[in-house]
Design a protein around this ligand. Structure first.
Ligand code: OZZ
Ligand code: MG
Length: 214
């Protein structure tokens, strides 16, 4: 069988990125996905909003739900202080294998830990397994129907503190209507919508930033 799309992306990154240069890794993935074949990375336009939210939050501990090829993992990781930690959850072992190599190529493996498994199974274990107290930033970009149940699980696991930022991708396309309805109507969050474009296309999409109020 042909190699998978993530493996085609990895081959392109190996050929065109500069090892240790995270920016060149992100640029290589964007070049491939703009010019050769689309892939569900947050992309350039929404990526700039992600960058701004990460920089403003300046987090010590970040959780990402949905690693895929590691594009957003690299975008976030390159903005973190050396002592900060980024935990990313990926349930597809083949995707995790590609992401691990892309994150290493970006020189970010010391800051990033990839956990292979489902978010619903791993979120309740984070405190115990990874000695995590609370999360400063959560980037949500996995299966859209999991956004809400996993947010409830984060609340119940005591992983959110006053000021924790949740940033959700794809609130318009493909959309996460149950999540958006919950988070915008909850008195426990202050939410803001950032309108943008779906990765590599001229379709509207956007990010929802929600601050947990405790
Ligand atoms: O469907 C989308 N994303 C689903 C992502 C899913 C990823 O999350 C992982 N996961 C990890 C842990 C889990 O528990 C479950 C899944 C999956 O193994 C996959 O790697 C999507 C689709 C479009 N689109 O235009 O169609 C655009 C986007 O930006 C998207 O993010
Ligand atoms: Mg997405």
């Amino acid at each position: 069988t042909r190699i998978s799309r993530p493996e085609r992306i990895l081959a392109y990154v190996k050929k065109h990125a500069v090892p240790g240069d995270a920016e060149s890794v992100a640029n290589a993935i964007d070049a491939y996905c703009s010019g050769v074949e689309w892939a569900m990375n947050i992309g350039i336009d929404k990526g700039k909003i992600l960058d701004r939210v990460v920089s403003e939050t300046d987090p010590d501990t970040v959780l990402e739900l949905g690693t895929y090829c590691g594009y957003s993992t690299v975008r976030i990781g390159k903005l973190l202080r050396p002592e900060a930690r980024l935990i990313t959850i990926e349930m597809n072992p083949d995707y995790a294998k590609v992401a691990k190599q892309i994150i290493a190529l970006a020189g970010l493996d010391s800051k990033v830990e990839i956990l292979v498994g489902s978010s619903s199974e791993l979120i309740p274990q984070l405190k115990k397994k990874l000695d995590i107290k609370t999360l400063d930033l959560v980037f949500i970009d996995h299966w859209k129907e999991c956004y809400l149940p996993d947010t409830r699980c984060l609340e119940e696991s005591g992983l959110l503190h006053k000021g924790t930022v949740l940033l959700a991708d794809n609130v318009v396309c493909p959309g996460a209507p149950e999540y958006v309805k919950y988070i915008r109507n909850s008195s426990r969050y202050r939410s803001e919508y950032f309108s943008s474009r779906l990765e590599y296309l001229q379709v509207e999409d956007g990010l929802e930033k929600s601050v947990f109020l405790g």
